[in-house]
Design a protein around this ligand. Structure first.
Ligand code: AMP
Ligand code: MG
Length: 359
């Protein structure tokens, strides 16, 4: 199958292309499209065969449910068995936006879309092209990230092409996404709402609107026997080909530690990659040193992380050492994805390993 790519800069000017994409969705096909978080791979959420095509194209395990994307809050009443008051409060505050809400599944959504679960994940994306596609198709659009299963989520149309070329008929290219990591997922089906995946919308932001919010303990631990409530969180997604190790500690110590490890590996004939920031990359001696952005701008780091991980997959490196990044706000979600990519391999850099000066 040939994969077409349409550049969409302005939805009104690109109405013909959106209409063609909507027709593919309406007739049971797949379209990759930009959202503000990452690119999604969309299909009609109410058509079991269309949902199955998503799993096939991505090579996604069939027990990993899809997020249903909507353009109006009223669509919730089709999807959910009942719409909790907290869903309305969260929607007023954060939709359209990077928040996915889990509710009890209504009859309109088949089990093929929910990976066999009686609950369903719903989100209203804040991206004009995504909203135009949903509205024009007249469908609820099931869409996981538009990567091959096991690869980092796509933040550019070129990433979608890398993974899915020849497997889907159309990619809508909206340029680089704004956020760069997947939506926060909050489960409203339990007594106390629970975050199943951290993202741009933090626990504090949710708690301000709906009171106490817990975070699924299974997503914070490296214990692989803990069962996360979001089935997708148990898979080691985002894993680069090289071994990835995160180094924690004071910046000066981290640089010294990474350089000491680099020398050791290089003396064994191994190629070393380093993930640093604009402020620190000059201090590293790895074979490939990439910056993930300014250490002062965690939003920028979020936007760059998956692209950098993909770039390392193209390079010949045996091991990658990464700095760790601030773990508040979206930094928490960045660290969650980085630690997952690293299979939770973390080393602590201690004092007295040398005296690098950072200016
Ligand atoms: P992706 O769209 O690729 O970001 O993946 C969707 C994520 O949402 C996966 O981690 C799923 O496990 C999770 N998810 C979707 N539906 C549900 C649900 N009903 N209950 C819990 N997690 C869900
Ligand atoms: Mg995904």
């Amino acid at each position: 199958m040939e994969t077409k790519i349409y550049k969409i800069e302005d939805c009104a000017a690109c109405f013909r292309q959106i209409r063609e994409a909507a027709k593919i969705i309406k007739t049971g096909g797949l379209v990759a499209f930009p959202t503000e978080t990452v690119y999604g791979l969309g299909a009609n959420a109410c058509d079991p065969n269309a949902s199955k095509k998503i799993y096939e194209a991505k090579g996604r395990p069939s027990d990993n449910p899809l997020i249903v994307h909507i353009a109006e809050f009223e669509d919730m009443y089709q999807i959910a068995e009942d719409v909790p008051a907290k869903a309305k409060l969260l929607s007023n505050a954060f939709w359209p936006g990077p928040l996915t809400i889990i509710v009890k599944k209504g009859k309109a959504v088949p089990y093929e879309t929910t990976g066999g679960l009686d609950t369903v994940a719903v989100r209203m994306p804040a991206h004009k092209t995504a909203l135009a596609l949903i509205r024009e198709s007249g469908c609820l659009i099931a869409a996981p990230s538009a990567n091959k299963s096991g690869r980092p989520s796509p933040t550019l149309a070129a990433h979608v092409k890398e993974d899915l070329n020849g497997r889907i008929p159309l990619i809508l290219d909206g340029g680089e996404v704004g956020i760069g990591i997947e939506s926060t997922i909050v489960d409203l089906t339990e007594e106390t709402p629970m975050i199943l995946r951290p993202g741009y919308i933090t626990a504090d932001m949710l708690a301000e609107k709906i009171g106490t919010v817990w975070t699924d303990p299974a997503i914070l631990t490296k214990d692989t026997s803990a069962r996360p409530k979001a089935p997708g969180m148990k898979y080691r997604h985002y894993a680069p080909k090289a071994d990835l190790i995160v180094i924690e500690g004071k910046k000066k110590n981290v640089i010294e530690k990474i350089n000491a490890l680099t020398r050791e590996k290089q003396s064994q004939g191994r190629k070393v990659g380093v993930i640093g920031t604009d402020e620190t990359i000059g201090y590293y001696q790895g074979d490939r040193v990439l910056t993930v952005g300014s250490g002062k701008d965690v939003d920028h780091i979020a936007r760059n992380l998956y692209r950098i991980l993909r770039e390392f997959d193209e390079m010949e490196t045996d091991v990658i050492y990464s700095e760790s990044f601030r773990s508040f706000g979206i930094g928490q979600a960045v660290m969650n994805r980085l630690l997952k990519a690293a299979g939770h391999q973390v080393l602590m850099a201690k004092d007295n390993q040398g005296d690098t000066k950072i200016v």
